[in-house]
Design a protein around this ligand. Structure first.
Ligand code: ZN
Length: 430
């Protein structure tokens, strides 16, 4: 990805550095050649910055670019889960994914960790973003997701004779789990996404208390993935599924919904981050009837929401780590609404805005494994910055309004202004 060659001084705003530290009033950030050179009060900005291009925050907020920690670029706002594997060919899904990548950047998210990808689109999307062919977040890729046969993602009945090669790798036993991971090695993905448990969405056969993989399968996935330098995460709602994932050596937990004391202790001991993705549940409850969800499904989502909110509060209060990612890409929870997850955690779950921003920046970068270069505003890190018109600590919902995102920068280059992307320069095709 291109880096700025000049210097930019972002000034006239409070600086939130992403570490959870209080905001610096009347602060500024100086970026030179794409790297942050100064963060602090404007009055002590180092000499030589006078020649920098000035970017005025209008008395608002200067903060790190956000990190979407559970991003599905390839989920195209589907109204029915089956649409994921039968509605469009890979060619069209790839184009939709590129649009979603641009959109998430326009929404202030300069990085994203994938929660699973159709076909092997993530890997190639990342290449296109890194080569400046399309704009989008710095992406940590996933590939086709792994699920036990008969589990949550194995929804096509046999009589349809439909393969699910683009969506999921179905496994029976540890050997097949290893084989599936080895396919992903060849694809070049960074994260292996698995389905240890079911979900309220499949109330009839794979509800949120059902296990969809055995411990042996999960352990085989982790051993194989770690051997090849890949990380493993999983859709974990049932307590036993979360526990299995932690014991098997998972690197992150998606959702982490129903957590008893023993599981929480295990989570904290291994310091594994959790990405709850809870606003999705709220939207499923509110908009489910519009999309034909049964009462049993909606009741399940309510139970998930209550359990997930309680677990999120306990994890953070006990010193654990939460990432902010929203599982966007469903008709009732569409792309573009990413920052609603942050408002939801403040207003419904009851977390402090500064803590939620830390989850969405510093912890997000840690989940990507790139905390040394992303996630906080600190000297030496990449100039990935979000400039917002307004005080996001007083009203975090400002982040939902793309028009109020004065600028989104990656490596010191303005990629989007007021929610509209700036495409410039010649792409490097290689
Ligand atoms: Zn997901």
């Amino acid at each position: 990805m291109r880096s700025a060659t000049d210097a930019t001084l972002i000034h006239n705003g409070q600086v939130i550095d992403g570490t959870g530290a209080p905001a610096i009033p009347d602060g500024c950030v100086l970026i030179e050649s794409g790297i942050i050179r100064y963060v602090g009060p404007l009055r002590t900005v180092p000499p030589g910055s006078e020649s920098a291009v000035r970017l005025n925050a209008n008395g608002g907020t200067i903060m790190p670019g956000l990190v979407e920690a559970h991003f599905h670029a390839t989920y195209f706002n589907v109204a029915a889960l089956e649409d994921l594997d039968i509605k469009y060919p890979v060619e069209y899904v790839t184009l939709l994914a590129a649009c979603n990548a641009r959109l998430v950047l326009e929404c202030g998210y300069t990085s994203a960790r994938s929660g699973g990808s159709l076909f092997n689109i993530d890997v190639w999307l990342k290449k296109a973003i890194e080569n400046d062919l399309v704009i989008g977040p710095r992406l940590a890729t996933s590939g086709r997701e792994i699920c036990g046969a008969g589990g949550l993602m194995d929804w096509n009945p046999e009589f349809r004779k439909i393969g699910m090669e683009g969506l999921i790798l179905l496994v029976n036993g540890a050997d097949e789990a290893r084989k599936a991971v080895r396919k992903l090695v060849k694809d070049g993905v960074e994260w292996v996404k698995t389905y240890p448990t079911g979900d309220a969405a499949a109330a009839d056969s794979n509800d949120h208390h059902t296990l969809c993989m055995t411990f042996e399968e999960m352990h085989a996935v982790v051993q194989t993935a770690h051997n090849h330098g890949m990380k493993v995460t999983g859709h974990c709602r049932a307590t036993a599924g979360i526990k299995n994932a932690l014991l098997a050596g998972y690197d992150a937990i998606e959702h982490g919904t129903f957590m008893d004391d023993e599981t929480l202790e295990l989570l904290l001991k291994r310091n594994v981050p959790v990405v709850p993705a809870l606003y999705f549940e709220m939207m499923s409850i509110e908009r489910g009837p519009e999309f034909g969800m049964s009462q049993a499904v909606i009741d399940g989502h309510q139970e998930t929401l209550d359990g997930g909110a309680e677990s999120a509060r306990r994890i953070l209060a006990a010193g654990g780590r939460l990432g902010m990612g929203g599982d966007y890409g469903f008709a009732w929870n569409p792309h573009g609404d990413y920052a609603k997850e942050l408002s939801f955690f403040v207003n419904y779950v009851g977390l402090k805005p500064l803590d939620v921003i830390k989850c969405a920046t510093q912890t997000g970068a840690e989940i990507l494994g790139r905390e040394h270069e992303l996630g906080t505003l600190a000297v030496g890190k990449l100039g990935d910055v979000l400039v917002v018109d307004g005080d996001v600590l007083a009203d975090i919902s400002i982040l939902q309004d793309r028009k109020r995102l004065i600028a989104v920068l990656q490596s010191g280059i303005i990629k989007s202004r007021c929610g509209v992307s700036c495409l410039s320069g010649d792409a490097v095709v290689s």
